[in-house]
Design a protein around this ligand. Structure first.
Ligand code: CMX
Length: 441
C-alpha cells in the first residue's frame, strides 16, 4: 500500500501548507456567532472543527469529497458481476480526494484481506469471556479494544517517535484495523446467532464479500447490499456522535483502536446508530400489536400517536442537521424497488414513509420530519433472512470505520491539536446575564 500512503502524504502536505497560509492571513476572521441557546442545546449549528472526508448539507445530504451518493454509485468501481460500489473505493476517495480506478480498489481489497489474516487469538477469547446475551455492539467494541495490543502507534509512541511521523503510524494502524473489523464483526455474529465457530478471510474476495461469506450470507444480492450498505454509512461529516467522538479521543493522541472504539460506544446510542435496530423492533412490535403484517396508513398513524403519547421517539425519523429525506434512505429505497418491491416489510417501511412525516410535522416542534438512513436498512437485511436486529448497529459500525479512520489519518497528517472547547456553568451564565463579563476567561 506504499502507493496509497505516498499519495495521501503528498495531498496532506499540500493541504497543510495551504492551511498554514489560511490561518496566517485569515486566522482572526469570525465564522458565525454562538447563541446562548446553542450551548444548552447540543451545540447545534456551531462550526467548531475541520473534517476533510465529507460534508453534510441540510437539504442535499451527504457529499463525499463533493460527490453525492447517487453519483458515487456510478463513479466508484464495482466488483466483477456486482452492481453496487465497493466500499474500498469510498475509503480511497475520502483519504485522497481522488476517485480510484478499478485497479486501485482491487489493490485495497487484496491488501485488507492480507492484513486480516492471523487476528490474534486473545481477541476472540476476550469476546468469548462475555455472556452470550451481551449486546453485539458491546461484544464488537470489546473485540476492538482487545485488538489494541496490535497498535503500532501506541508502541512507537512509547518508544519515542517524532510528531512528524504520527500520520504514518496512524495510517498503518487504520489500515490494519479496517482490515480486521469484518473478522471481529463476523465472529460476534456467529457466536451470538449461529452457535459459534471460527472465521477466516478469503484472499480472493473483497472486504464486503468476505464479510458476507464469513457470516454465512453469501448470496449475490446480500453481498451487493453489504457493498452498498458499507458505502453509504461510511461518513456523515465530523459533528455526529461517532465521528466527533473518534476525532475528540484521537486528539489526545489515543491510537486508532482506542479512538474508534470510543466512537463506536457513541454509535451504540439509540438516538444515533442503534436507531437501525430500534426501527425494525418498533415495526415488529407494531405488526404484533395490530395483528397485521401489512398495517394500513390509518393503523400506522394510530400506532405513531401511541408511541408519541408514551414519550418515545419514532425511530428512523428526524435528524440534527438534515431537513429533507436522507439520500441514504433513498439509495436503499431504490435498491429495494429494484430487487424486492413486493416484500411486505419493505412495503410497510414505504407506508410508514407516507404516514409519519405529516404527523411529526403537525407537532410543530420537530425540525425534520423526514426519514434518516436507519428507517430503511432493517427491512433490506430482513429480506435476506437477517432478522437479528440487535446486530444491525455492528454493520453500521464496520462501515463508519472507513470515514472516521480516514479522518483520523488527516488529523494527524495536518497536525491538529488536542481538542478542548470551553464549558461554563449556569452560575456563570446567570452572572454574565447580569453584566459580569469576565466569566468566559
Ligand atoms: N420522534 C419523536 N420526537 C422527535 C423525533 C422523532 N423521530 N425527532 C425529534 N423529536 C423531538 C425531539 O425529541 C425534541 O423533543 P423535545 O423538545 O421534547 O426534547 C424535538 O422533537 C426537537 O428535536 P429536533 O431539534 O427536531 O431534533 P434533534 O436535533 O434534537 O434530534 C434526533 C435529532 C435524530 C436525535 C431525533 O430526530 C430523534 O430522536 N430521532 C429518532 C432517533 C433516530 O432515528 N436517530 C437516528 C439518527 C441518524 C443516525 O445518527 O443514525
Amino acid at each position: 500500500m506504499e502507493k496509497l500512503k505516498t499519495l495521501f502524504k503528498s495531498k496532506a502536505d499540500a493541504l497543510a501548507g495551504e492551511i498554514k497560509d489560511i490561518i496566517k492571513e485569515h486566522g482572526t476572521k469570525k465564522i458565525g456567532e454562538v447563541q446562548l441557546a446553542q450551548i444548552y442545546q447540543g451545540m447545534r449549528g456551531i462550526t467548531g472543527m475541520v473534517y476533510e472526508t465529507s460534508l453534510l448539507d441540510a437539504q442535499d445530504g451527504i457529499r463525499f469529497r463533493g460527490h453525492a451518493i447517487a453519483d458515487l454509485q456510478k463513479k466508484l468501481p464495482h466488483a466483477d458481476g456486482g452492481h453496487e460500489p465497493l466500499p474500498e473505493g469510498i475509503f480511497y476517495l475520502m483519504l485522497t480526494g481522488e476517485l480510484p480506478t478499478k485497479a486501485d480498489v482491487a489493490e485495497l481489497s487484496k491488501d485488507w484481506a492480507a492484513r486480516a489474516q492471523n487476528t490474534p487469538a486473545h481477541v476472540f477469547k476476550a469476546i468469548d469471556a462475555l455472556p452470550i446475551n451481551t449486546h453485539p455492539m458491546t461484544q464488537y467494541v470489546v473485540g476492538v479494544m482487545a485488538l489494541q495490543t496490535e497498535s503500532i502507534f501506541a508502541k512507537k509512541y512509547a518508544a519515542g517517535v517524532n510528531k512528524k511521523d504520527y500520520w504514518s503510524i496512524m495510517f498503518d494502524d487504520s489500515m490494519n484495523l479496517i482490515a480486521r473489523l469484518p473478522v471481529i464483526a463476523a465472529y460476534v455474529y456467529k457466536r451470538k446467532y449461529k452457535g459459534g465457530g471460527t472465521v477466516s478471510v478469503d484472499p480472493a474476495l473483497d472486504w464486503s464479500a468476505n464479510f458476507a461469506k464469513m457470516i454465512g450470507y453469501d448470496k449475490p444480492g446480500f453481498t451487493d447490499l453489504m457493498r452498498l450498505y458499507f458505502t453509504i454509512h461510511a461518513d456523515h461529516e465530523g459533528g455526529n456522535v461517532s465521528a466527533h467522538t473518534t476525532h475528540l479521543v484521537g486528539s489526545a493522541l489515543s491510537d486508532a483502536y482506542l479512538s474508534y472504539a470510543a466512537g463506536m460506544n457513541g454509535l451504540a446510542g439509540p438516538l444515533h446508530g442503534l436507531a437501525n435496530q430500534e426501527v425494525i423492533k418498533w415495526i415488529f412490535e407494531m405488526q404484533k400489536s395490530l395483528g397485521s403484517e401489512q398495517p394500513t396508513g390509518e393503523q400506522i398513524a394510530a400506532y405513531v400517536q401511541k408511541t408519541l403519547s408514551e414519550g418515545k421517539v419514532v425511530p428512523g425519523y428526524g435528524h440534527a442537521v438534515l431537513r429533507k429525506t436522507d439520500p441514504r434512505f433513498t439509495a436503499q429505497q431504490e435498491f429495494a424497488k429494484k430487487y424486492m418491491p413486493n416484500d411486505p416489510l419493505v412495503q410497510t417501511v414505504w407506508k410508514i414513509y407516507e404516514t409519519v412525516p405529516p404527523i411529526l410535522q403537525s407537532l410543530g416542534k420537530i425540525k425534520n420530519p423526514w426519514p434518516n438512513v436507519d428507517a430503511h436498512s432493517g427491512a433490506l437485511l430482513t429480506h435476506y433472512g437477517m432478522k437479528d436486529y440487535e446486530y444491525y448497529t455492528v454493520l453500521f459500525g464496520v462501515s463508519r470505520a472507513l470515514g472516521v479512520l480516514a479522518a483520523l489519518c488527516w488529523s494527524r497528517a495536518l497536525g491538529f491539536p488536542l481538542e478542548r472547547p470551553k464549558s461554563v456553568t449556569t452560575e456563570n451564565v446567570k452572572a454574565w446575564l447580569k453584566g459580569v463579563d469576565t466569566i468566559w476567561d
